[in-house]
Design a protein around this ligand. Structure first.
Ligand SMILES: [Zn+2]
Length: 136
């Protein structure tokens, strides 16, 4: 099982890069604002970002890594982050479970497409390779 973590690798390769997350922390895909979605005017850049689970800050670069722990632990980390961010506040238990499940699955499905060590970027829900995994 592979997940995504924040990385500094390839940061600055694009003029619109930013890195406020903590390297090595788990990331997920956050909500994208309407301005970024429409692609008109100057968006805030959230459409290119991965959201750090611990720092609650974003980065444009994520690395695919093997998750050394259980799926339950992963879900717990996501739940904790979503809870701290206030995303689960008025949700029923079932809605909260769904939100956690969706956020985890989105990351697992994306990470599964690449070998560990690949550095990826994201743009409005579409991911692309920024740096291939080193040959082993
Ligand atoms: Zn935005």
């Amino acid at each position: 099982m592979k997940v995504l973590v924040a990385t500094e690798t390839t940061q600055g390769a694009r003029a619109d890069d930013y890195s406020w997350a903590t390297p090595g922390e788990l990331v997920m895909f956050g909500l994208i604002c309407a301005t970024d979605l429409r692609g008109v005017g100057r968006g805030c850049g959230c459409g290119r970002g991965f959201a750090g689970l611990h720092s609650e800050r974003a980065t444009t670069t994520a690395e695919v890594v093997e998750w050394g722990s259980s799926l339950d632990d992963l879900a717990l980390a996501f739940r904790d982050s979503l809870q701290r961010g206030g995303w689960l506040e008025s949700a029923t238990a079932e809605e909260a479970d769904d939100a956690v499940h969706s956020a985890v699955m989105e990351v697992l499905l994306v990470a599964d497409r690449y070998p560990a060590g690949t550095v990826i970027g994201t743009n409005l829900g579409n991911q692309y390779v920024r740096q291939e995994a080193a040959a082993r």
